[in-house]
Design a protein around this ligand. Structure first.
Ligand code: 5AD
Ligand code: SF4
Length: 427
């Protein structure tokens, strides 16, 4: 989400002729697009910001802007703690950057501190210029914010209430991407399964997929993230019937214990989740499933944690992102009793990662000798002949070939499975 927001920020600058500078010393403006999903991301921001104090002393004309979720969370308080910041704008106020540039604030010598963190109801129907990374696959926002209020999560507070973009805007953006030569679109939302809920038009997420499926030139469609409680049979049917929709589902389970799931306010039980997974697997053969796991949520006992490990063994995900529970300001989980010790969290995280590595490797190993179609995305920076692409199941495949392949679908025989990628030869 943040990576794509940065593409919008860069797009606004490049539209008025600004270029990305090679290092911070050359920059007239530095934008820190922040994430506050976990404490670690916040720490990174504060240490980067600390280092910029000197840049401002060296170049008093330098403007420093703080964007993203920390900007939203902290607002004006940031100016008090770090007086050398010039602008603060939240994730629903990226348009304020346009106002700042048009108002020539960026070019004045005066240090004007401005904050843009209001609700901004028009944001979902705004169209942004974008400076996208690469030319093969593109992020497309389909909705903003979240209404789920999972007890650990800061997103509903920083990104605000869930709002969908009008489907015609999304369609036009995808058509333009196809015209510009992009082959894959990756639809972005905190909970794509509830797309359309508050729109004036009658449309839901599977219908949006069918609509986008019509666009010539777009060969692959992916989406993140799905919430298990809203993951429907209708979506499974769309995945089965629409060949451009990739065989990959990221469905965060978070925990395997019903008690912990309830404390997390996730609104499903393990059995309900597992039934949906089984239905998906039986309808879409070869589907790859990935997930997110939180270990050490308040109240998680050894027995609860064992159920998370059991879920990983039963479901056999292709991949899992695992995190230690991190306290987030303003969230319900802060008030829960029985917070788990940091060293127990670390032990549990290591156990999850070890188990998942074994499963992921085993799954990759099963692909050795098979021929898989990949969309070639680019070459490695260090070796131009080493090309990289992804299968429909989102597995990274490397092979040696020609740069002309970039943007094409090619068939690769898998020679060797690694932990996080596959290596093969073009046939
Ligand atoms: N602590 C740890 N992990 C978190 N996530 C979200 N909030 C927290 C938190 N407070 C994880 C969830 C989510 C992913 C994007 O980040 O697993 O799915
Ligand atoms: Fe956070 Fe839950 Fe919303 Fe995902 S669904 S963004 S975890 S509140």
């Amino acid at each position: 989400m943040n990576v794509h927001d940065s593409e919008k920020i860069a797009g606004i600058f490049s539209e008025v002729g600004h270029e990305k500078s090679v290092d911070t010393g050359d920059a007239d403006v530095i934008v820190l697009n922040t994430c506050s999903i976990r404490e670690k991301a916040e720490h990174k921001f504060y240490s980067d910001l600390g280092r910029l104090k000197k840049a401002k002393t060296d170049n008093p004309n330098l403007k420093i802007a703080v964007a993203g979720c920390i900007a939203q969370q902290e607002g004006e308080k940031l100016f008090k703690r770090f007086p050398y910041i010039d602008f603060v704008f939240g994730p629903n106020n990226i348009d304020s950057l346009q106002k700042l540039i048009n108002g020539e604030l960026l070019s004045t010598l005066k240090h004007q501190q401005s904050t843009f963190i209001d609700v901004n109801p028009d944001y979902p129907s705004m169209i942004f210029p974008m400076k996208r990374a690469g030319g093969v696959k593109a992020w497309v926002s389909i909705m903003y914010g979240c209404d789920n209020f999972c007890a650990y999560c800061v997103v509903p507070y920083t990104r605000g209430r869930e709002r969908s973009r009008p489907s015609a805007d999304i369609y036009r953006e995808a058509e333009k991407l196809a015209a510009d030569g992009f082959k894959e679109i990756n639809l972005l939302g905190q909970n794509v399964n509830s797309y359309g809920r508050k729109l004036d038009e009658e449309i839901d997420f599977p219908e949006l997929l069918s609509k986008l499926h019509e666009i010539d030139g777009i060969e692959r469609i992916r989406f993140v993230t799905s919430h298990p409680k809203d993951f429907s049979e209708k979506l499974i049917k769309a995945m089965k019937d629409l060949p451009k929709v990739c065989n990959h589902m990221h469905l965060p389970i978070q925990a395997g214990s019903d008690k912990v799931l309830s404390l997390m306010n996730r609104k499903y039980t393990y059995n309900e989740y597992k039934e949906k997974i089984d239905l998906l697997k039986s309808n879409v053969p070869d589907i790859a499933i990935t997930t997110d796991i939180i270990v050490g949520f308040p109240g998680e006992t050894d027995e609860d944690f064992r159920l998370t490990m059991k879920a990983l063994s039963e479901i056999e995900y292709d991949g899992a992102f695992a995190f230690k529970y991190s306290r987030r300001p303003g969230t319900k989980a802060l008030e829960l009793p029985d917070h788990v010790d940091e060293d127990i969290k670390s032990e549990r995280l290591a156990s999850v990662q070890k188990l998942q590595e074994t499963i992921s490797y085993k799954k990759n190993k099963e692909l050795e000798g098979k021929t898989l179609e990949i969309l070639v995305e680019g070459s490695s920076d260090t070796n131009e002949e080493k090309l990289t692409g992804r299968t429909t199941t989102n597995k990274i495949v490397n092979y040696h070939g020609e740069r002309l392949d970039i943007g094409n679908m090619v068939n690769i025989r898998i020679l060797e499975a690694k932990q996080y990628s596959l290596y093969g030869e073009k046939i």
